[in-house]
Design a protein around this ligand. Structure first.
Ligand code: SF4
Length: 221
C-alpha cells in the first residue's frame, strides 16, 4: 500500500516537472519571437498558448516583459499558422466578424437574433463604408453583440474562413473556436478596450481583407 502511494507521489512529481518544463518552453518561444520578430515552431507555440495561456503570461509578466506585446504576438502567431489556408478561400466564402463596440454610440441598427446587429448604413461610423466595399468583394459582414455569438454563427452560416476583429480576450477565444472547427482564421485586435466606440487600425484590417484577393477584383470594386 505504502509502495503504491510512493509510486503515485513520484508520478505526480514527474508530471509537475514536465508541465513546468513545457510552460518554460512556451516562455522561451515567446522570448525568441520577442527578440527576433520571427515565430519559431508556430504550431507548437500556438498549441502551448491554448493550453497554458495564463501560466505563460504570468511568467512573461514576472520577468518584466510587456503583457500587451505578449498578446499581440499570440495573435500574430495564430495569424501566421492560418494565413495560407485563409488565402485559398475565396472572399464569398469568408465572413468578417466585427464587435458591436466599433459602432457609433448613436447607431440605429437593430439586433437580429440570427444576424447580430444589422447595420442600416446611416454613416455615423466607418462600418457603412467598410461593409459596402467588402460586400462588393463577396464578403459577408456580421456585427456581433457578444463573443458567444461566434459559435452560433459558425453553426448557422458555416463559413470557410473567418476574419475577426475584437478585443484580445474575445479574439483569442474566437480564434480558438475557429481553429477547433478547422476554419482558417485571421484576427485583428482592437487598439482600445472598453465597450463603446472602440478603435481598430483599419489599414491592418484591410491588409487581412485583401489576403489572397485578386488585385483586379479590388480595382473593379
Ligand atoms: S453605419 Fe451602420 S453600424 Fe455604423 S452607426 Fe450607422 S447603422 Fe450603426
Amino acid at each position: 500500500m505504502i509502495l503504491g502511494f510512493e509510486i503515485i507521489g513520484k508520478i505526480t512529481v514527474v508530471i509537475i516537472i514536465l508541465l513546468f518544463l513545457i510552460i518554460i518552453f512556451g516562455v522561451l518561444l515567446f522570448i525568441i519571437s520577442y527578440k527576433t520578430g520571427k515565430y519559431p515552431l508556430p504550431g507548437i507555440f500556438s498549441g502551448l498558448i491554448d493550453a497554458f495561456y495564463s501560466p505563460i503570461r504570468f511568467i512573461v509578466e514576472k520577468i518584466g516583459m510587456n503583457p500587451d506585446y505578449f498578446n499581440s504576438i499570440v495573435v500574430d502567431v495564430k495569424n501566421s499558422i492560418n494565413m495560407e489556408r485563409f488565402k485559398k478561400v475565396p472572399p464569398e466564402k469568408r465572413v468578417i466578424l466585427l464587435p458591436q463596440c466599433l459602432r457609433s454610440v448613436k447607431c440605429p441598427g437593430k439586433l437580429s437574433p440570427v444576424n447580430g446587429i444589422e447595420c442600416i448604413g446611416c454613416g455615423l461610423c466607418y462600418i457603412k463604408e467598410f461593409k459596402e466595399k467588402t460586400e462588393k468583394l463577396g464578403y459577408r459582414i456580421f456585427i456581433l453583440p457578444g463573443g458567444t455569438f461566434v459559435k452560433r454563427l459558425l453553426k448557422s452560416i458555416k463559413p470557410k474562413a473567418v476574419l475577426g476583429i475584437a478585443c484580445f480576450n474575445d479574439l483569442f477565444e474566437g480564434m480558438r473556436i475557429c481553429e477547433k472547427a478547422k476554419i482558417p482564421v485571421q484576427g485583428v485586435s482592437l487598439k482600445t478596450t472598453g465597450c463603446v466606440e472602440t478603435v481598430v487600425d483599419w489599414n491592418e484590417v484591410w491588409e487581412k481583407v485583401l489576403l489572397g484577393v485578386d488585385k483586379n477584383e479590388v480595382e473593379g470594386s
